[in-house]
Design a protein around this ligand. Structure first.
Ligand SMILES: [Zn+2]
Length: 294
């Protein structure tokens, strides 16, 4: 049967209002298009960002402590503001983590933020939630605001919190490294953002999600996607974002043979920008870009 999404209600106790959207064919379901307002995207570290517009705020992959070398982590001042939910990280509605790896998620950093910000809800994989349960001794205090999800590949789950629509996709982390990894598609300020975590999904994998119909405004894409023809095809044909933010860059002063062979970071960045003029590359913590309103 071509042509529609089927929406099923999930009745898991811990999940307030999660829907599974099973794609059955070509016609996308109607999502209302609110008038957009300017959205500020602030780079924190590695794949960590704050996306904010008016009252709506989302943190993705930002609550990190030790991380994984050679990838940057938040400075201690920024980390403190993140965990204490202090400006500009106050009033965050959704705290998202693509997966449980320590360069994307620290269970105690997430627990601190949730304890300090009663309006925040945490959404990630089931594996991340397990880590959170084990690590935080006052887990019952935040449990009702924690959700671990993993749709089947090609399917979506969706929920709304603080007026923000979120769809969760299953975007694999490499067939030989099968950690649960989410694609996070959310609307802030009337704009659509897609963060794909540590995706290694191919052009064909993305094709099954039909994301072109979602009309993505901004896609957060790890740098390795700009280094293979299949992955570049995935961006051009199956994501087609209006704007790209390149992420998962290591500390640029760290020596990398892989990058040296390609002429160094300056050359790699200018090649990316030549092929994708809509790409933004952040190099400094708290750098930001504004997605203008309509
Ligand atoms: Zn990872």
């Amino acid at each position: 049967m071509k042509g529609r999404y089927v929406i099923l209600l999930l009745s898991l106790a811990a999940i307030a209002s999660v829907t599974v959207i099973q794609r059955r064919g070509a016609r996308s379901h109607a999502i209302s298009q609110p008038v957009s307002t300017p959205v500020e995207v602030t780079y924190i570290a590695n794949e960590g960002f704050l996306i904010a517009s008016g009252e709506q705020k989302v943190l993705v992959d930002a609550l990190v402590r030790e991380g994984v070398k050679p990838y940057p982590v938040p400075s201690s001042a920024t980390r403190e503001r993140l965990e204490k939910a202090q400006s500009p990280f106050d009033g965050v509605d959704l705290v998202l983590a693509s997966h449980f790896h320590p360069d994307h998620f620290d269970p105690l950093a997430v627990a601190e933020h949730l304890a300090n910000n009663p309006q925040a809800r945490f959404i990630s994989t089931r594996q991340s939630v397990e880590k959170l349960k084990t690590a935080f001794d006052r887990y019952e205090a935040i449990e009702s605001r924690v959700t671990g999800l993993l749709p089947k590949e090609g399917e979506r789950m969706s929920l709304t919190h603080g007026g923000i629509n979120l769809q969760i996709l299953n975007i694999h982390h490499g067939r030989n490294r099968p950690f649960e990894n989410l694609g996070l598609l959310f609307e802030v300020g009337g704009r659509k953002f897609l963060h794909i975590g540590d995706s290694e999904a191919s052009a064909d994998d993305f094709k099954s999600y039909d994301l072109v119909k979602d009309k993505i405004d901004v896609a957060f894409i790890p740098y390795w996607y700009f280094m293979s023809d299949d992955w570049k095809r995935a961006i051009r044909q199956h994501l087609k974002p209006a704007q790209i933010i390149v992420m998962h860059l290591p500390v640029l002063s760290e020596k990398s043979e892989f990058i040296e062979k390609r002429g160094g970071w300056t050359k790699v960045f200018s090649d990316i920008k030549a092929e994708f003029p809509n790409a933004v590359i952040f190099e400094k913590e708290m750098d930001k870009t504004v997605i203008s309103g309509q």
